[in-house]
Design a protein around this ligand. Structure first.
Ligand SMILES: *Cc1c(COP(=O)(O)O)cnc(C)c1O
Length: 235
């Protein structure tokens, strides 16, 4: 058994335990293996161990890997999306996790219409109001959600966040609660369904599950430490 398949087993076990604590069905939590910076061989190990959902944050890097891997693999774009990459990302990725502005949503909607597709997206919320991170401010999202929900092509599945760095997993809990409550509020204010919450990474996914995460984005706990930084914001 490779280190990666062991790691996956370990993570899956912790997901099950967190679900048990929260009285949730583990089937309601999608594990996205964040494979940015890792070589295609590592992804193959994970696929062999049964993993099907992968997250990448740079289009160029992902494109090469996607071409080499089976087409039943589902790709999640989790990084900051540049406007000039939207069209390409729409052609290769199943889900976009970080729609972080009205302008980007509108462009994605237009390009989806051109391509004849209905992309699944998450709206990123800058829960901590950090200058270094993208996303809607909560008040901005309250003001713009009506227009966002009216876009013809975007299937808005829910909200996503990357909480501020904290000393431990518990420190992330209030941010996860904030995202869930904002989702609940938007749902009742607009009579819509935003069923999914993309939150939780290697350091805090168990807490995120306890607070309602449906999509957890886990990298280093599966693939080991990354040897270089990809985003300005995350190692
Ligand atoms: C890199 C990254 C992750 C995974 O981080 P780990 O701490 O390695 O689990 C999750 N979400 C986003 C948006 C990322 O960029």
């Amino acid at each position: 058994m490779s280190g990666i398949s062991e790691n996956l087993k370990n993570v899956t076990g912790k997901i099950a335990a967190a679900c048990a604590r929260a009285g949730r069905d583990p089937e309601t939590v999608e594990l996205i293996a964040v494979s940015k910076t890792h070589a295609v061989e590592s992804l193959r190990d994970a696929i062999e161990a049964g993993q099907r959902h992968f997250g990448e944050s740079k289009f160029q890097e992902a494109e090469g890997k996607i071409a080499l891997l089976p087409n039943y693999v589902q790709w999640h774009f989790i990084g900051r999306l540049q406007r000039n990459k939207v069209r390409k990302v729409l052609t290769l990725f199943e889900v976009i996790h970080a729609i972080d502005s009205f302008r980007l949503a509108a462009l994605t909607d237009d390009l989806a219409a051109e391509l004849g597709i209905f992309p699944k997206v998450f709206l990123q919320v800058n829960v901590g109001g950090e200058a270094s991170k993208g996303g809607f401010e909560p008040d901005e999202l309250r003001a713009e959600i009506y227009g966002l929900l009216g876009m013809r092509r975007l299937e808005i599945r829910g909200l996503m966040c990357i909480p501020p760095d904290g000393p431990n997993a518990e420190a992330a809990r209030p941010w996860f609660i904030m995202l869930r409550k904002l989702r609940d509020e938007l749902e009742s204010a607009h009579g819509v369904s935003l069923p999914f919450l993309s939150m939780g990474m290697s350091g805090d996914y168990e807490v995120a599950i306890e607070e309602g995460a449906t999509h957890i984005r886990v990298g280093s706990a599966i693939f080991g430490k990354r040897s270089y930084r990809v985003d300005g914001e995350l190692g």
